[in-house]
Ligand binder design. Structure first.
Ligand code: PBG
Length: 327
């Protein structure tokens, strides 16, 4: 076969130098695409390392604000806060206490960050209930309708504390509508909702449950979170959330669910966030600690892949280091 028969298209031409590769990259990744999850624990005086999540801490208010300041200075888009109260009960009443740990954390974060970065409030009950489920129980099952009523109360208290976005993660039916109408009735009609629309019942939340102290005491979450086998259902969840007033959508986890990110983006045209969850983070960090993977290269590849799938924002525990690497 002579040279003349070689096809004129050579895809390698645009890969020949770093400058060519950068100029023709289809996907961008910047600190402003990243949201850092942060944990705030009531009643501790020093930040406590989370054993299953290297470099992550349960913060005090002081260390939380310091960490958020550092993140904002590196250009990250914002933080999402998970409060861990010292008092838990069967209905999770600390979740809507205007002086609760989460509400105090939001106020402190907003005071520090102003308009520099977002403070997103995760809205769920699992960190606040003594049984660790994401809602109010009837027998051993989560009772949907009283639960979304409670979510409405929680949303009002989180918006009242100054949260820029309310992010309900409990996967109850009608939760976005209940939260929207509670916010509107309380004068928070401009408080946006970032709905965890397609949240799957994933084993990759394991390390988070240590961090947020929200593991269920019995059973699991498969009667409310989606089955990992389902993608058409994920689209229906997203469309239902839009119908109920969601402003932006989330898919979670991210790495194993990139097809879901893509299809939710294409089916809705809405802003989509993807949550690169605790187990995805810890898996990469464990491999890096063992020397099996290069942490920096693996992190940038993973985050770029999530953006390529269609995510506008990536929630990730890698945010702090990734923002430095991307500076
Ligand atoms: C609360 C909540 C969970 C996560 C975010 N919000 C845990 C769960 O549903 O069990 C997981 C986040 C992560 O693993 O990083 N409902």
């Amino acid at each position: 076969m002579g040279m003349s028969s070689f096809p004129s298209e050579r895809l390698r031409r645009l890969r020949g130098s770093g400058a060519l590769r950068r100029a023709f990259a289809e996907t961008s990744l910047a600190p402003s695409d990243l949201i850092a999850p942060l944990f705030l624990k009531e009643g501790i005086t020093e930040p406590a390392p989370i054993a299953s999540m290297p470099n992550q801490f349960q913060h005090t208010i002081e260390s939380l604000v310091k960490e958020a300041r550092a993140l904002a200075s590196k250009g990250v888009a914002g933080v999402i806060l998970f409060g861990v109260p010292s008092h838990k009960d069967d209905v999770g009443s600390e979740a809507w206490n205007p002086e609760g740990i989460t509400q105090r954390g939001i106020r402190a974060l907003k005071d520090e960050l102003g308009d520099e970065a977002l403070v997103i409030a995760d809205l769920c009950l699992c960190e606040y209930t003594d049984h660790g489920h994401c809602g109010i129980l009837k027998g051993e099952a989560v009772d949907n309708d009283p639960t979304i009523e409670a979510y409405g109360r929680i949303a009002v208290s989180l918006a009242g504390a100054g949260a820029d976005l309310i992010a309900p993660s409990g996967m109850m039916d009608g939760q976005v509508g209940a939260i929207r109408s509670a916010l509107d009735s309380a004068g928070h009609e401009m408080a946006p909702i970032l709905a965890y629309s397609a949240k799957f019942a994933s084993v990759f939340y394991g390390p988070f449950r240590e961090a947020a102290e929200g593991a269920p005491r019995f059973g699991d979450r498969r009667s409310y979170q989606a089955d990992p086998a389902n993608i058409e259902e994920a689209v229906r969840e997203a469309l239902a959330d839009i119908e109920e007033g969601a402003d932006a959508l989330m898919v979670k986890p991210a790495i194993g669910y990139l097809d879901v990110v893509r299809v939710v983006k294409e089916a809705t045209g809405y802003p989509v966030a993807a949550y690169n969850v605790s187990g995805e983070y810890s898996m990469l960090m464990a491999a890096a600690e063992k020397g099996y993977l290069d942490e920096r290269a693996a992190t940038i590849e993973v985050l770029t892949s999530i953006r390529r799938a269609g995510a506008d924002l990536v929630l990730t525990y890698h945010a702090s280091k990734a923002a430095e690497w991307l500076a």
